[in-house]
Design a protein around this ligand. Sequence first.
Ligand code: SAM
Length: 214
Amino acid sequence: MRLRNITGSRDVIAASPYVVQEAVQEDCPGTWHEIFGNNHPIYIEIGMGKGKFIHTCAKEHPEINYVGIEKYSSVLLRAIQKMEEEELPNLKFLRMDAEDIASVFGKGEVDKIYLNFSDPWPKDRHAKRRLPSREFLARYDVILKEGARLEFKTDNRDLFDFAVEELEPAGWKAEVITYDLHSDETLMVGNIMTEYEEKFSSMGNPICKYIIYR
Ligand code: SAM
């Protein structure tokens, strides 16, 4: 998702109490429980877009701390605006490229990772930029607690097939794989729709999902 550049979005982000600022990020590994002021588990969404999913998660689960990560200021701005309308103490944002994720969270500090409707990067030469690629799985391996889960949803079948093929070489295993999430009553219990999920499922696209661990 890329929105038109919004003048002043960087200034809003720099002043926002909901955003962990870039200058502070290098001191973050190992300090997330201090940042939230409690010992609750830490769940992160990488590529959160405008933050609909993670904001809903945080509202429904006050016993969990959430961190939403987004590369683009103009997109993050929308998530900040949502927080201004409805402030939640258990949700923080990071504006960063997830390539550097292992320098922001400590080893095993994260209890769950969500990837929702990640950019497909369809050209083979860009495969390393795909968020479920083996290169990214290696970064998640560092920050995700032993035995913890990563959940990925998309309507893009090519990206999903690629993601499933990446699991074995990267040393991950699938607990759940579905090619039609919305037809699976059990998996739909507690499912929180993302902005893209609402859009693409309403167009009739089946939603693929996996839950993986290592
Ligand atoms: N997760 C949301 C949803 O399901 O509605 C948004 C999906 S949108 C297609 C993907 C988002 O991921 C975009 O906002 C994009 O800027 C962000 N993104 C892509 N690559 C990223 C990266 N390397 N680091 C951080 N954010 C990234």
